[in-house]
Unconditional design. Structure first.
Length: 669
């Protein structure tokens, strides 16, 4: 169930969740959210819950209503939406089909003649949603944002991250993973449509060991963040010459089978994100037996298709990827999973209707005003930064002026006319939907850069900064309480959506975003002295976060300060700039006291309530290893203790838990 307070306030602060027993000076997060944290129980079907999830739940219900009312002529977007949903909800047909929908894929793997044919088969499978040993995506060239390039990045493993294959704390998960693979194969072998295609003996250990070899070549989460290290331009000819064991032409041709250009032309130049991994993959490809690779590929098919097959496979898939890895006790209701599939494959078709029903023009107008106030606040702060020299300051301000805000929804919607959806073909729908996106992505190559494209749908509860476009994007669904309330006092809005806006702008100036200029190109616009000063300040923030351990976990589980630094800079800059923007919005007026809180205090309360979150221990541990964001309690508390205005607003003194000596407070932007 969704728990929302029955108490409303013109301040925009949910007073029913406050815990007066906790002093704000000691723990802002627990003071603002404590009553909720103590009483709320995470629903059985999820691993984490909170303010973001409340918005997600509402958007999910809104989308469900849109889907259930969809329809129209055959081939229309409305009919495709309705048919895709129906194909997932038709449990009788899914059960009757059994594993027959994947028999062709498993047969092709079992009968593959040689490694060239196998490389082609992997490309074909990857095009339809079966993950390969390499992930492929198209993006603007980091050093020439006027063109698109293919990017190759590490993949091929079934656990969340390479650390799961080597760290002692994940030993039990490794054991459970091997057993899970064996159970999935055993369940599949019980279906006569595929029984004769699968290995006769258990293969979980063999598959795990192959994945462990791939994982040994993966970069860790900290190194993967490095923009410069991750930009390695190669020609297709160089790729073939450096790693001849793998048939790149066969693989690329199959992956791009619905694109006009030849693979060698499409991939004429490409970016290799982790070049060492390519070497590890190529050696493993050459050294491991074909039968082990075939077993691995069958596992990739089973894993990718499991959510769309029989209840037995769905349940076993959830037992590991849901219960074991995240702690969730139950799978989500079927209609929720059906809605997710529609969102994945026809997201903008639903998004059109979502915007019409749930995003009034006045909300967009208010957001435009907020964004401009945040930009002005950044402009003022950058102009007055005491640690930055004039040359770097000029370049930073030039980048700020070139930021492109996108609010609510795209100006041009995606065209789904070429996508075939059938009400009686769930697995086929997924294959075709995934291939549609791969084809759309690859067809960008050689064409002009589309600066109107969105990478989230309007009904997504999130926001993002794209360095290659120098754009900040705010989908309609995040523009709701507690982030944004049209009827609330401005202070809470600045602490909520204002800080989110500031956070996303801040990514343009975090430790990696600051390597890109206003046109989205990786260009060094820093003087040596300013870069050193910036590095000194980011190092101080890394050290602050690196000793933090979530209250509900054993002390050995700590935040990785290097991994989370980009998001931490975004949080610190976002709230700092939101405070300045709030002051700008007052235009010299004294804000009223509401609910006993001053304007500045309400900004901080607004900040704290957006991080209202509880997570199961398994999920909290998984996120520490794989999520570049710090845990919510630290996104709240570790930020405010660095801000002078917080100490002033609540009279924070030495001895208070959130007090930080002035000389230890980090100010970047």
């Amino acid at each position: 169930m969704i728990v929302t307070s029955e108490l409303t306030s013109p301040s925009g602060i949910d007073l029913s969740y406050l815990d007066p027993a906790v002093r704000v000076q000691d723990d802002l997060f627990a003071h603002v959210n404590g009553a909720w944290l103590q009483s709320y129980e995470i629903p059985a079907d999820r691993a984490v819950d909170g303010a973001f999830r409340t918005l997600y739940d509402q958007a999910e219900l809104d989308v469900k209503a849109i889907i259930q009312q969809a329809g129209g002529a055959p081939g229309s977007e409305g009919r495709k939406v309705a048919d895709l949903y129906a194909s997932f909800m038709d449990t009788e047909r899914v059960a009757a089909a059994g594993l027959a929908p994947i028999a062709g894929e498993l047969s092709a793997i079992a009968e593959v003649a040689d490694r060239t044919a196998f490389a082609a088969l992997l490309g074909s499978l990857q095009r339809t949603g079966v993950g390969g040993a390499l992930a492929v995506y198209v993006d603007t060239d980091d050093k020439n944002s006027q063109r698109y390039l293919v990017n190759l990045t590490q993949s091929g493993i079934g656990l969340p991250d390479e650390s799961y294959y080597r760290q002692d704390e994940f030993e039990a998960i490794r054991t459970a993973y091997i057993a899970h693979i064996d159970r999935m194969f055993a369940l599949a072998a019980g279906d006569e449509a595929v029984a004769g295609l699968l290995p006769a003996e258990p293969v979980g250990r063999r598959i795990f060991e192959l994945e462990r070899k791939l994982a040994a070549g993966h970069w860790d989460v900290v190194r993967r963040r490095e923009a410069e290290l991750s930009y390695n331009l190669r020609t297709f000819a160089e790729l073939v010459a450096e790693h001849p064991a793998f048939d790149w032409q066969a693989w690329g041709s199959a992956l791009s089978e619905n694109v006009a250009a030849d693979a060698g032309v499409l991939f004429a130049e490409l970016v290799v994100r982790q070049p060492e991994y390519l070497g590890v993959f190529a050696r493993t490809w050459e050294q491991e037996s074909l039968s082990d690779w075939q077993a691995w590929a069958m596992w990739r098919v089973l894993r990718a298709r499991a959510p769309y097959l029989t209840d037995e496979l769905v349940d076993e898939n959830f037992a590991f990827y849901g219960r074991t890895l995240t702690g969730a006790q139950e799978n989500r209701e079927r209609w929720k999973r059906a809605v997710s599939l529609v969102q994945d494959l026809l997201g903008e078709a639903v998004g059109k209707l979502y915007v019409e029903r749930h995003f009034p023009p006045a909300a967009k107008e208010r957001m435009v005003e907020l964004v401009e106030n945040l930009r002005e606040a950044y402009r003022r702060n950058i102009s007055e930064l005491e640690w930055m020299g004039p040359d770097t300051r000029k370049a930073a301000l030039a980048k700020l002026e070139k930021f492109t805000p996108k609010i609510g929804y795209p100006d041009r919607w995606r065209d789904y006319s070429a996508l075939e959806i059938a009400a009686d073909d769930l697995v086929g729908n997924y294959r075709r939907g995934y291939a549609f996106e791969v084809d759309r992505d690859l067809n960008k190559l050689g064409g002009p850069v589309d600066r109107d494209e969105w990478h989230m749908t309007p009904q997504t509860v999130n926001a993002y900064y794209n360095p290659g476009m120098n754009e900040i994007v705010f989908p309609a669904a995040i523009l709701q309480p507690p982030f944004f309330d049209m009827n609330a006092d401005d202070a809470a809005n600045y602490g909520g959506i204002g800080a989110v806006i500031g956070h996303e702008i801040g990514h343009g100036f975090d430790d990696q975003g600051a390597k890109y200029d206003g046109d989205g190109n990786m260009v060094d616009w820093w003087t040596d002295a300013d870069r050193d000063e910036f590095a000194k300040r980011t190092k101080a923030l890394i050290d602050q976060y690196g000793v933090l351990s979530p209250k509900d976990l054993p002390d050995e589980h700590t935040v990785n300060g290097e991994f989370t630094i980009g998001e931490n800079i975004g949080d610190l800059g976002g709230l700092s700039i939101a405070l300045e923007a709030y002051r700008i919005s007052l235009n010299g007026a004294e804000p009223p006291v509401i609910d006993g809180l001053t304007g500045l205090q309400r900004v901080f309360y607004g900040w704290a309530q957006v991080w209202r979150t509880k997570a199961r221990p398994e999920e909290a541990i998984r996120r520490l290893a794989t999520d570049p964001h710090s845990p919510p309690e630290f996104r709240c508390n570790a930020v405010v203790r660095n801000i002078d205005a917080f100490h002033e607003a609540f009279d924070i003194k030495p001895g208070d838990a959130l007090y930080l000596e002035p000389e230890e407070r980090v100010k970047i932007w």
